[in-house]
Design a protein around this ligand. Structure first.
Ligand code: HPA
Length: 281
């Protein structure tokens, strides 16, 4: 990202700031199918992304765009409904545009959600999975190129990218809410074809529990910016070959996400007011 791109993100942040009444400290990115299922809280401001200069707009079915900003239990939050993907042809600067914009808006905690295929046989279709770590199989990194020192360091540490404190909080809130929350490592593939059974066996051997086509670029950029990160996935299907008779469809991914969206919403709405003091800016 050259300085020109940073200028674009700054312009976008300024446009959003004009439209909202809160200074968001938490951002949520809603993935495939979740935008509709999640609904948005009462009050607050809705922003059409067409109103934000430079903001990439989603094209894939199941992603209804737009931002919402308001308060959830007195915590100022911004919600991104739908994301753009690397497989759609967007650059990783585009894919992480909103994450950088959130950083400039003062967001300290990024909550990422997505849909995934279950590799670990202990994870069933429909399970919510707390992301403990990731494996980047995109073959690309959004921080490639000149570092923007204003946003973060050249070589960011990824040792605890998925903030341990937030993971503990998510486990405890899920347990209080009676929500079964699995936990595992997310491997990001480029897509858009689903994986082959041989690839899934290879990912299992590498230590992956779930697989998807998003999230990792945003998490890298958020870690670069020093944000706390919480990732929750809906395992919408068994990954390729886990059930040798099964075939994968996007329709199943969307259907499972819609079915489990309310549970994700319940978990996040209960958790957000309990997010402990934000890291100093
Ligand atoms: N593979 C990759 N991405 C996915 C899957 C999958 O099985 N399910 C939902 N997103």
């Amino acid at each position: 990202m050259n300085d020109d791109r940073l200028k674009k993100v700054k312009e976008a942040a300024a446009a959003v700031r004009k439209r909202i009444e809160v200074d968001p400290v938490v951002a949520i990115t809603l993935g495939s199918g979740l935008s509709d299922a999640f609904g948005i809280p009462d009050g607050g401001a809705r922003i059409d992304t067409a109103e934000i200069p430079g903001f990439p707009r989603p094209t894939v079915a199941g992603h209804s765009g737009g931002l919402w900003a308001g308060e959830i239990g007195a915590v100022p939050v911004i919600i991104q409904r739908g994301r753009v993907h690397y497989y759609e042809g967007w650059s990783l600067d585009d894919v992480t545009f909103s994450t950088r914009m959130f950083a400039l808006l003062g967001v300290r905690t990024l909550i990422v959600t997505n849909a995934s295929g279950a590799i670990n046989p202990e994870i069933r279709a429909g399970d919510l999975v707390l992301i403990s770590d990731h494996i980047n199989m995109l073959g690309a990194n959004p921080l490639r190129g000149a570092n923007i020192d204003e946003l973060g360091p050249r070589f960011p540490d990824m040792s605890a990218a998925y903030t341990p404190r937030l993971r503990r909080l998510a486990r405890s809130v899920a347990s209080n809410e009676g929500i079964d929350l699995k936990e595992g490592v997310y491997v990001a593939t480029l897509g858009p074809s689903y994986e082959t059974p041989a690839e899934i066996r290879a990912f299992r051997a590498l230590g992956a529990d779930i697989v998807g086509m998003s999230t990792v670029p945003e998490v890298i950029v958020a870690a670069h910016a020093g944000m706390d990160i919480l990732g929750i996935s809906i395992a919408t299907n068994l990954a390729a070959g886990v059930d040798p008779r099964a075939r994968l469809t996007h329709a199943e991914v969307i259907e499972t996400t819609k079915r489990k969206g309310a549970e994700m919403r319940r978990l996040l709405l209960a958790l957000i007011p309990m997010i402990p003091g934000q890291k100093p800016g």
